[in-house]
Design a protein around this ligand. Structure first.
Ligand code: WTA
Length: 644
């Protein structure tokens, strides 16, 4: 398989970019022509950003799994689609060929059908990083059920909220998941999440850890039994078939929940055709993927990076995707590079936070490994600092691997701004140029495009996109108005990303971080309001305010200011509050620092002045800016003095 839409030179990039702006519909139609359609589209694009309404390839019919699996079978049925590396390196690895993947996905589809799952039904998937997770996702897509994968680090309460929001009727989970030395009892968490739930009819449980579980009669069923039964149904005379559901281009493919500046996570909805095209297009261009290369994305499928660049993008491109169950530091800090060495990985895609944490081990992570198979490196999820970039370049890439710094979001479905490996130049800590088809711009507070460079010759503003691309989110599940308000109402006729950015004279972008109340902790998005709500659940807490502060490894740490009533042992209460947050959201949202205060800096109208709290958390004590509008300026002194 070659990739006719793979850009091979800087000149071609320039030409393609120009074409994509001048004739976007022609540009995308030419790319879409490389996919398998049951029926081609009537219209390439119909859109407005005011409602918003975005429809790509309207009238077209397809099934994404036929593109990710079936069409590769004739030429690469015996090639590895997924290579799976278990948490414990002693355990047997699994190589899943395209033929095998096809069979398993057909079985899952049949199993779901047997249990009453239909097109459009919501299936929540809460599993560890086992191949069955990929089968589950693709099995849903095969029958047109909408999957909602929830990361294994979320709590029962978070799952309950998501089940409720999506009105999910089915769950696929595991007894437990391995993460380093820990076993996470996933099924038990699901049981807690289901207390009081009224929508879920069936829970399918895959056995991974042999953690004891309780199986509720009539509701809970074993994956293994169901899959065995389904196997007999899909296999006839040695041939495997399960007719894929014919989907409309704009039918929803999945929901993925992500944090915003309000308390409740939003269910970002992606559509079948546009998401498929864009993930494949961005995958082969950004990583310059060549057939037979082994691509290792270290993300979890519970996040968008895993959806787009472990499952859909690589498989749509007929690639070999390496899936890793464990964590970078188990059994030792060289695990990522043991894996690179073991499978001769060619492309490694990871997060700056992982790089920064490995840097702390000196040369131990890589000194005993042969990394000569590596050709391209990538980062995602947060700004990468120059020090980490150079460490990655020198010690992992040995200065011969292009590094792509890929900027994108759950809502964008795929990478929007990045250099193309070895084709367009890298610039440490800069995401650099938009992919052809992507039209970013920087605006000021009033939505005016920023055109005046600052004293360093850079444009500085809020990052927006002015034209749709195929994998832009279509809505937030069950609440279109929320989608409009969140992304399309801040600046008229623009998609607002929530990020701030700089732009240099060559058109390169540097993402500086969120400008809303969203934190990026170890590459995970967490809303400050969500954490505050969780803290406020603790009895004794009167009020709280959460801000981010620079953290050497996590990028941002969580700093909480808490008003607490009565006498208390500060250390003990801190632990209790942390536990509460862990219960309500999950361990990923635990505050790093908690400071008890007697009041919060508020304006006369009662608004918390987060700017001041942020500065204090960052260690700034002098230039706190204008404090004259504060109701009680005295409180600032107290907070400064009590900084933890
Ligand atoms: C941040 C992850 C700087 C950004 C794919 C964005 C980045 C948020 C980069 C989305 C990057 C992601 N450089 N910042 N290369 N990539 N971000 O939805 O703030 O989990 O808005 O998607 O991560 O996080 P999300």
């Amino acid at each position: 398989m070659s990739y006719p839409f793979q850009i091979k030179s800087q000149e071609e990039y320039n030409e393609r970019y120009k074409e994509s702006v001048e004739h976007p519909e022609k540009f995308w139609a030419a790319i879409a022509d490389n996919f398998l359609w049951r029926k081609k589209w009537d219209k390439v694009l119909d859109w407005n950003f005011t409602e918003p309404k975005i429809e790509w390839f309207k009238g077209a019919k397809l099934n994404i799994t036929e593109n990710c699996i079936d069409r590769h079978l004739a030429t690469k049925g015996e090639d590895a689609a997924i290579i799976w590396e278990p948490n414990n390196p002693e355990e047997r690895t699994r190589i899943v060929t395209y033929n095998r993947l096809h069979k398993r996905v057909c079985q899952v589809a049949q199993m779901l059908k047997n249990n009453g799952v239909k097109k459009g039904d919501r299936v929540c998937i809460y599993m560890g990083m086992v191949p069955e997770l990929a089968y589950a996702v693709l099995g849903c897509a095969r029958i047109g059920a909408i999957h909602s994968v929830i990361f294994g680090g979320f709590s029962a309460q978070s799952i309950a909220d998501r089940l409720d929001d999506a009105q999910a009727e089915y769950i696929i989970t595991c007894d437990g998941a391995y993460r380093g030395e820990k076993v996470i009892p996933l099924k038990n968490v699901i049981d807690d999440a289901l207390i009081g739930n009224k929508t879920v009819k069936k829970v399918i449980v895959y056995t991974r850890t042999r953690t004891p579980v309780s199986m509720i009669k009539g509701r809970d069923i074993w994956w293994e039994d169901e899959m065995e039964h389904a196997e007999h149904q899909v296999e006839k005379d040695g041939k495997v078939t399960f007719e894929a559901e014919e989907m409309d281009a704009e039918d929803p493919l999945f929901i993925l929940y992500t944090s915003g500046s309000t308390g409740k996570p939003k269910g970002v909805v992606h559509a079948c055709a546009g998401y498929m095209i864009y993930t494949a297009y961005s995958f082969v261009n950004v990583f310059q993927y060549q057939p037979k290369q082994i691509f290792f994305c270290t993300a979890d499928i519970g996040w968008i990076t895993g959806h787009s660049y472990i499952v859909y993008g690589p498989l749509a491109a007929g690639a070999t995707s390496l899936m890793f169950e464990g964590i970078p530091t188990y059994p030792s800090c060289s695990r990522f590079f043991d894996i690179v060495d073991k499978y001769k990985v060619n492309i490694l895609y990871t997060a700056p936070t992982a790089i920064r944490s490995l840097m702390g081990f000196g040369d131990a992570p890589y000194k005993n490994n042969d990394l000569s198979s590596l050709q391209i490196l990538g980062t995602v999820g947060e700004p990468i600092n120059e020090e980490a970039w150079h460490w990655y370049d020198e010690h992992i890439g040995k200065k011969k691997c292009p590094i792509v710094d890929t900027w994108w979001q759950t809502e964008t479905g795929g990478v929007l701004i990045s250099n193309l490996a070895g084709i367009t130049p890298a610039k440490p800590s800069w995401a650099t140029l938009p992919l052809p088809g992507i039209q970013p711009l920087l605006v000021n507070e009033n939505g005016k495009e920023v055109t005046e460079p600052d004293e360093d010759g850079l444009l500085k503003g809020n990052l927006c996109i002015k034209f749709p691309w195929p994998s832009i989110l279509r809505t937030t599940y069950g609440d279109h108005e929320r989608c409009r308000k969140n992304y399309f109402a801040t600046y008229p006729n623009l998609y607002f990303t929530g990020d701030g950015a700089l732009k240099d004279k060559d058109g390169n972008y540097r993402i500086t971080g969120r400008v809303d109340d969203v934190l990026n902790v170890s590459g995970h998005r967490i809303g400050t309001a969500e954490v505050e709500n969780a803290i406020n659940m603790h009895s004794g807490v009167v009020e709280s305010a959460v801000v981010g502060y620079p953290h050497d490894i996590k990028g941002q740490g969580i700093y909480a200011y808490v008003i607490y009533t009565g006498h208390h042992d500060a250390e003990l209460t801190r632990r209790d509050i942390t536990m509460t947050v862990s219960r309500i959201i999950g361990p990923i949202a635990k505050p790093d620092k908690i400071q008890f205060v007697s009041g919060l800096p508020k304006t006369r109208s009662g608004k918390i002045m987060r700017r001041i709290l942020r500065k204090i958390a960052e260690g700034e004590t002098q230039n706190l800016g204008d404090t004259t509008t504060l109701l009680d300026p005295g409180v600032v002194e107290e907070i400064k003095n009590g900084k933890v």
